[in-house]
Write a protein that binds this ligand. Structure first.
Ligand code: MSP
Length: 653
């Protein structure tokens, strides 16, 4: 099948409308959006579904407590979810609501089909129900004979007439499914839990309720209007009714889904009930049910009562939507829990985005502008840099399959290795020396190599940071398109001659937390508070008069520099004249008073910590554009150096 005919269908869970969106919801949606954008770029015919889950007792109760009808309440909250995804430029193709008429019709048709198949029968349900999780439990499953084993809240005893789905019919088929498709559940480690659970034996599933009416009625053909459908049957079917199942079925060509994203808490519903329903409907099964972990805040579970729920809009407004997307996708391995802290987000912005990605673009702008009036041609790249090109292509080729395997953080790590190759090549080949020695062709080949690497990386990062990447692409004069994806990544062609446009820094450094942490302080523990107060007290009484604030400290820009050239200064006992690469288009000239302690040759290729924002000064008639940090005692003088080699220009903080 050609790529353009290949269909890719991606889904998120549909969100309950009894809560406002938080970063957990944003996480699932951002991953799905990334997969959908990547699939489209690759040239697959892609459909991306998200939406809201609006029926059930929990929603009905929430509406009543607010003096609203369930529909009024659902309209309001569903509207907020949709607005948030629109603000986040989430590229969904359809936003489904379980109160949509087409969904209702599709669910009733599915019920009829399962009934006709002999998979549904009428009986009596007697057991325990957790309204919060909308889940039935047997006596044996309860915590201390009463509590919900999932959320701990008390369950209620339900005794009512009910329709049942013969889940027991599917036990063996499910076990066969997991065995024959070891990647049906991702990450694979999670599959074990599910296999154990199903092997332990399943019960038939109660799929209708009579004690409340906020739900989809059974089909008329059942002639039984006391019942509404169980909310999970209603909700899971959204994945096919969203494609028109039972109404206008033209989009059913996208079924089966490529990846269905869920949080770990709802994996059981999606890996047991859902495939069983699909088997009953004679529909093919999705390729992957991918379960991600949960986000905590500063190490604690987020909850409304603790007041520590992170509002995704607030984070995106403060730090930038693309930085937030990058952080969520990069910070934790898929499937594991992750902790949201502003510090971790700032580190990612300053280091990965500012230093590695943003600074590389600065260097392309600087070098192409200074040496070649912003014109770049790839003509001689292969002649001088075939090895780097091959290394980059291999890394990127190996990175791409990680996407549908849900190893997105690893995918990003591989791309960052490519950025390191580019940053390192500048330090290794020293285009400034080439220019000085009249080796212009080589310098151009190097600038073009870096531009080509940036172009490839941009194509692969577009799904992660669409807004910033479109800026990088326009600065490079390339287009993010399937055609270019095929040219540069699949066929490994080089970019056509281009003119670089200078743009402002994409990821300015962030020094301070940008979101007030008042709500976190509110929850400060009883131990923590007195400790902090005591510390404050101490600060007042014993504050030495030479203390500076962190802001004052950060007024000094410290960077790691690579010494690329070193010469003795004639007639000076102390001075060495150094050329130090601090990640800019050209190395800086720095005069350092270290001649008594270091020979010029011994310094070349080594690194040191540089004060990079000193006003240039003249020493013995020569300009010095910075200062190296060193420590001197009776054992002599030693430069301060990073413990491991760092990319030239890396900020020290
Ligand atoms: N309505 C059901 C899903 C039905 S799908 C047919 C539901 N809704 S939910 O709004 O409660 O949760 C939606 C998703 O958000 C789930 O995948 C859940 O795992 C995820 N998250 C909720 N809190 C979360 C975190 N703190 N962290 C990460 N994701 C979490 O369940």
């Amino acid at each position: 099948m050609s790529d353009s005919c290949k269909k890719v269908y991606i889904t998120t869970p549909i969100y309950y409308v009894n809560d406002v969106a938080h970063i957990g919801h944003a996480y699932t949606t951002i991953i799905a959006d990334m997969l959908a954008r990547y699939s489209r770029l690759v040239g697959y015919d892609t459909f991306f579904l998200t939406g809201t889950d609006e029926h059930g007792q929990k929603i009905a109760d929430s509406a009543t407590s607010r003096g609203k009808t369930p529909k009024e309440y659902a309209d309001e909250v569903s509207g907020k979810f949709k607005q948030l995804w629109d603000d986040f430029d989430i590229s969904y193709d359809k936003f489904i609501r379980t109160t949509d008429e087409e969904h209702k019709i599709g669910v009733q048709k599915a019920f009829e089909k399962m009934y006709a198949k002999g998979d549904i029968y009428k009986g009596h349900y007697e057991g325990n129900y957790c309204v919060s999780c909308e889940t039935f439990f047997t006596e044996a499953q309860l915590m201390d004979g009463e509590g919900c084993p999932d959320c701990g809240k008390p369950t209620t005893v339900v005794k009512e007439e009910s329709y049942f789905f013969k889940l027991t019919n599917y036990e063996d088929k499910l076990l066969e499914l997991y065995k024959n498709n070891p990647e049906f559940i991702l990450p694979k480690a999670k599959a074990k839990e599910i296999v154990n659970f199903v092997s332990g034996g399943l019960n038939d599933l109660s799929i209708s309720r009579t004690s409340f009416d906020w739900g989809i009625k059974l089909p008329e053909s059942m002639n039984d209007d006391k019942h509404v459908m169980y909310v999970w049957l209603d909700a899971l079917l959204n994945y096919i009714t969203g494609l028109g199942y039972g109404t206008d079925e033209k989009n059913m060509q996208y079924w089966p889904a490529k990846v269905q994203l869920v949080g770990k808490d709802i994996l059981r519903f999606h890996s047991i009930f859902w495939p069983a329903f699909l088997m009953s409907l004679d529909l093919p099964l999705p390729d992957h049910i991918a379960a991600h972990g949960w986000w905590t805040r500063d190490g604690e579970k987020m909850s409304k009562s603790k007041g520590n729920v992170v509002d995704p809009k607030e984070v995106a407004d403060a730090y930038g939507l693309d930085a937030f997307r990058y952080f969520m996708l990069r910070e934790v391995p898929f499937g594991q829990d992750g902790d949201f802290s502003q510090r971790a987000l700032m580190d990612r912005i300053n280091s990965d985005l500012g230093n590695d990605l943003g600074n590389l673009l600065n260097r392309i702008q600087g070098m192409s502008g200074k040496y070649f009036d912003f014109k770049v041609t790839s003509k001689d790249v292969a002649k001088y840099h075939q090895k780097e090109l091959d290394d980059v292509d291999t890394l990127l080729e190996n990175a791409e399959p990680l996407i549908y395997n849900m190893q997105i953080n690893r995918y990003l790590e591989e791309i960052w290795k490519v950025l390191t190759i580019a940053n390192k090549a500048i330090g290794d080949y020293e285009p400034w020396t080439m220019m000085k020695n009249g080796r212009e062709e080589e310098a151009m080949a190097l600038v073009a190599l870096i531009t080509n690497i940036m172009a490839k990386v941009s194509l692969l990062l577009d799904s992660v940071m669409p807004e910033k990447i479109s800026k990088i692409a326009s600065s490079l004069g390339i287009e993010i398109s399937t055609e270019n994806y095929n040219k540069l990544l699949k066929n490994k062609e080089l970019i056509a001659d281009t003119t670089i446009t200078k743009i402002d820094a994409l990821f300015p450094r962030i020094e301070e937390e940008l979101i007030a942490t008042a709500d976190v302080q509110k929850t400060e523990s009883v131990v923590e508070k007195p400790r902090k107060e005591a510390a404050k007290q101490e600060e007042k009484t014993e504050e030495p008069d030479n203390l500076i604030t962190i802001d004052q400290f950060f007024e000094t820009t410290l960077k790691i520099g690579t010494i690329v050239e070193a010469q003795e200064v004639p007639k000076s006992k102390k001075l060495l004249k150094l050329q130090v690469d601090v990640g800019e288009a050209n190395p800086r000239q720095i005069l350092a008073g270290i001649k008594e302690f270091y020979s010029a040759e011994s310094l070349v290729g080594t690194q040191a910590c540089v004060v990079a924002n000193l006003k240039p000064a003249k020493l013995m008639g020569m300009v010095s554009e910075g200062m190296l940090l060193a420590a001197k005692d009776e054992n002599g003088l030693h430069l301060l150096r990073p413990e491991a080699s760092k990319i030239a220009g890396t900020k020290v903080s």
